[in-house]
Design a protein around this ligand. Structure first.
Ligand SMILES: Cc1cc2nc3c(=O)[nH]c(=O)nc-3n(C[C@H](O)[C@H](O)[C@H](O)COP(=O)(O)OP(=O)(O)OC[C@H]3O[C@@H](n4cnc5c(N)ncnc54)[C@H](O)[C@@H]3O)c2cc1C
Length: 285
């Protein structure tokens, strides 16, 4: 089945997948992995730029049992396809704290492990006990060290599917969790374009006194538009779909942003957003 991936990315861009499947059990997943095709998973597409001419791979979205969530006294176990928002809600109702930071991350548990998603000083690496990862050759549990988690990074490669993750949390009053989340959401809303189609932070923060956003703001890039994509007038480390954007527009904006940051600050910005398909930024050389 061929599917336009634009409908599965928060930016709303991206061409077709060569093949597409939505397994809802381990047996179904094993069946599609046995097809021996290159595989890539999409979660909620909230950190994803997909090439306009598509992806030459079998693209998977996990659902059903592979998005199920259960809690015990101190742990939350969630399928790779579970939305962070749902996992956080389940943690709160079970009186489990420690996952509040994820209210800022509109992705799945699998995407969070892959990206080592984080916010407000916490990240997946800080709560992850282990993750169950499947490949065409079998399935096994990996610890955070084995996953190679660091700032917005894991060593996972396409073809490895995060089936499930076990988070080590702590007992916390549900009302306190709710209050914290409300406060974090308010901070987020004040600083970021939460009501626009974006893919979150474009670049990782460089090793510099300025964050990527402040640096691009100082370069005068807020509101800069190419085609249907524009650098957010609210936060310069976000690219918005301002109407009819294509991935190529976002790539052109990223190339311009990198060129300006390099010229003005001597900094080589590295992208946080993941690329799927044949996508590349021009080198700064
Ligand atoms: C408004 C907004 C705010 C954001 N704020 C933050 C923030 O504060 N902190 C932060 O860290 N991120 C933030 N993000 C980025 C994004 O939400 C995270 O990176 C998130 O973890 C991506 O999850 P996803 O399920 O959407 O993954 P996708 O974007 O669908 O995929 C990202 C990568 O993960 C891989 N992947 C996804 N699921 C699996 C799986 N089950 N198995 C194997 N690989 C998988 C994909 O192949 C891809 O390489 C923000 C995004 C938006 C739109």
């Amino acid at each position: 089945m061929s599917v336009e991936l634009a409908r599965y990315t928060t930016l709303g861009t991206g061409g077709p997948a060569r093949d597409f499947a939505q397994p809802s059990s381990l047996a179904e997943l094993e069946e599609v992995l046995a097809r021996d095709e290159p595989v890539a998973v999409v979660g909620l597409g909230s950190n994803l730029l997909v090439a306009d001419d598509g992806v030459d791979a079998l693209v998977l979205r996990l659902q059903g049992e592979l998005a199920a969530i259960e809690t015990t006294e101190l742990t939350l176990r969630a399928g790779g396809g579970a939305a962070n928002a749902v996992a956080l809600h389940r943690a709160r109702t079970a009186g489990l704290g420690g996952f509040e930071f994820a209210c800022a991350i509109p992705g799945t548990i699998g995407g969070g492990v892959w990206m080592n998603g984080g916010a407000y000083g916490s990240d997946f690496a800080g709560v992850l006990e282990r993750a169950l990862v499947a490949t065409a050759d079998g399935t096994g549990w990996l610890t955070p060290a084995e996953l190679g988690l660091s700032y917005r990074h894991s060593d996972l490669k396409h073809g490895q599917v995060v089936l499930s993750a076990e988070l080590r949390l702590h007992r916390r009053d549900a009302a306190e969790i709710k209050d914290d989340v409300r406060g974090l959401n308010a901070r987020r809303k004040a600083a970021q374009p939460t009501n626009r189609r974006t893919f979150g932070s474009v670049f990782k923060n460089p090793d510099h006194e300025l964050t990527a956003g402040r640096m691009l703001e100082a370069c005068g890039l807020k509101g800069h538009r190419i085609g249907g994509a524009q650098i957010s007038p609210k936060h310069a480390n976000f690219i918005e779909n301002a109407g009819g954007a294509r991935t190529v527009d976002a790539i052109a904006l990223m190339a311009e942003a990198r060129r300006r940051a390099s010229e003005q600050f001597g900094v080589e910005l590295r992208h946080e957003v993941e690329f799927l398909g044949e996508l590349e930024l021009p080198s700064l050389g």
